[in-house]
Every structure is written in C-alpha cells, then in structure tokens.
Design a binder for this molecule. Structure first.
Ligand SMILES: [Zn+2]
Length: 87
C-alpha cells in the first residue's frame, strides 16, 4: 500500500506492511469522508440558493467547481474503499 515490501507471511489479501500502515489508510478514508461530507453540504447550499455570491457568473463557476470537487472526492473514496483494510 505505502510501497514498503510486505512481510513474507503476507497472504494474497494482505496489502499493508503493518498496523500503522493500515491505520493510515483508515485515517485517509475518514478524512476523504469528511471532505466529501463538507463538499456535498456546500453543493446543497448552492442548490438551496443560500450561498452568498451575488455575481451570477461567479456563482455558477463556484457551483460547478463544487460539483466537480464532490465527484473527485467520491472517486477518491471509492478508490480507498476498494482497497481491503484487513492486514
Ligand atoms: Zn505499508
């Protein structure tokens, strides 16, 4: 996972060189989750019209950036979750 060689007893399913490595991966998942939650909430604010940007063009641009961020974070989370967290 981190690039360190896995121990010799590593089975097929094992992807982490140790507990620290696995915890780091779990932390990354929680972090990505938190970022996604915030981005989704902001996107919802755009949908509700509660974002205080009065320039229509800028508002549209920010909303699109936010939507792209949500997409990117969903992809990232999916990639992280597709990695088995057992060590
Ligand atoms: Zn590792």
């Amino acid at each position: 996972m981190c690039g360190e060689p896995l121990p010799a007893d590593a089975g097929n399913r094992r992807r982490y060189c140790g507990t620290t490595c696995r915890r780091e991966a779990e932390f990354e998942i929680r972090r990505a989750n938190g970022l996604l939650y915030r981005a989704e909430k902001r996107l919802q604010d755009f949908a509700l019209g509660t974002v205080r940007i009065y320039d229509a063009r800028q508002l549209k641009q920010r909303r699109e950036e936010c939507a792209a961020e949500v997409e990117r974070l969903r992809e990232r989370l999916r990639a992280l979750l597709s990695t088995d967290t057992e060590d």
